[in-house]
Ligand binder design. Structure first.
Ligand code: AMP
Length: 368
């Protein structure tokens, strides 16, 4: 298995969404071919990649053929089944490794991981039964959020509990249609509701040589649990920024990461930092780097997994990235007319409500 992959090599990407699309474009810029593996036809990434395999993640024949045509594999979403990764890893390097994915796929493992590296999270308890949930309120005050341990994103699989008396209703809602006998243990976590002053994220990249580089912290505003805007830089103190960067660096080290990891955090009123979650892949809150930095999260990922040195992630402009959801994608005139705006359209045909269709990054002069 090759360590360094030179231009002309082929990068396999599991997943075909906008993250895969922007990753394929970054790979092309550096002279690499891409091969997207995705179950959906005409997915955003396949429209710009060199090759596509359209097959299910449990189609081992298709996975084997894919693995033999690529020099390294990576992923653009973290819910890739473990069997899929194991199958590919039998023939070709998967970067980041399964360890990073396995932790990120499970909120309980993720929180334990952050505790191990000395990063605080909201108080939490694992929950696998109604009895566990009731008992968890002795450690976690209300309001609290009950979250499925796996497969939750953009607020899906989450219930706010204002009072322990709501436990039974919350438990039956979150477990509705689920087979707890076969579910991974724990099925859910109960975590304290954080009265944050802001939400921030840091993206750390780590190369094959173990060298780590972080983009600076940015501030994220969510609407209905979906990222609405990312502002760079975050309006936080230098001490808070240093703490946040330190956490992302330690996470990358502890995962022995080759690739990038986005760490989402809450900032509390006293400037403390509590980790919410991480994703060992490109992240929506890193899109601003495409236009406001000397390098971007996608290029950094390609550099890392191909064994190239990482670039300096310095910011040259202030930026506000806004997601374009659903029908907002058909209203681009003002953005196109504004020379400070960089518009991205992901090539999705159906603008369903809440669906990420594109984004726009508006740059302004560097102030700090
Ligand atoms: P998540 O799926 O965990 O990233 O949650 C999506 C969004 O819900 C977060 O970005 C926050 O805005 C909000 N949220 C999640 N967990 C908490 C929490 N423990 N306290 C307060 N807000 C939360």
């Amino acid at each position: 298995m090759t360590e360094r992959i030179d231009a002309g090599g082929t990068i396999g990407i599991l997943g075909g969404g906008q993250l895969g699309r922007l990753l394929a474009l970054a790979a092309a810029k550096l002279g690499y071919n891409t091969h997207v593996f995705c179950p959906e036809h005409a997915c955003p990434a396949s429209l710009v990649s060199t090759h596509t395999t359209c097959a299910a993640y449990d189609d081992f024949e298709a996975l084997d053929a894919f693995a033999h045509q690529i020099d390294v594999a990576t992923f653009e979403f973290e819910n890739v089944p473990s069997e899929t990764v194991a199958r590919i890893a039998g023939s070709v390097q998967v970067r980041p490794s399964w360890t990073a994915l396995e932790i990120a796929q499970d909120r309980a493992k993720e929180k334990a991981f952050f505790a191990d590296i000395g990063a605080a999270t909201a108080p939490w308890r694992p929950v696998h039964s109604l009895e566990d949930l009731i008992a968890a309120f002795t450690a976690v005050d209300t309001p609290a959020i009950l979250k499925t341990a796996r497969l939750g994103y953009d607020g899906k699989g989450q219930i706010l509990i204002d009072n322990p008396e709501e436990a039974e209703a919350a438990w039956s809602e979150i477990t509705s249609g689920q087979n707890l006998e076969s579910a991974m243990v724990p099925f859910a976590v109960l975590e304290g509701f954080v009265k944050f002053t802001s939400e921030i994220s840091v993206i750390a990249a780590r190369g094959l040589d173990g060298h780590t580089q972080c983009f600076e912290p940015v501030e994220n505003v969510h609407k209905k649990h979906i990222l609405h805007t990312t502002t760079a830089p975050a309006n936080i103190s230098p001490t808070t920024a240093k703490t946040a960067i330190g956490i992302a660096e330690r996470a990358a080290e502890a995962l022995d990461l080759v690739g990038i990891v986005a760490v989402e955090m809450f900032v509390t009123s006293y400037g403390g930092v509590l980790v919410n979650e991480m994703a060992p892949r490109p992240h929506n809150s890193g899109h601003w780097t495409l236009d406001a930095c000397q390098t971007d999260q996608f290029t950094q990922l390609i550099r890392a997994i191909c064994g190239l040195p990482l670039a300096e992630p310095l910011r040259h402009s202030n930026a506000v990235m806004t997601n374009l959801l659903g029908d907002e994608i058909s209203n681009l005139e003002a953005f196109h007319a504004d020379p400070a705006c960089h518009v991205y359209v992901y090539g999705k045909t159906e603008p369903r409500p809440g669906r990420k269709m594109g984004h726009v990054t508006r740059l302004s002069s560097l102030t700090n």
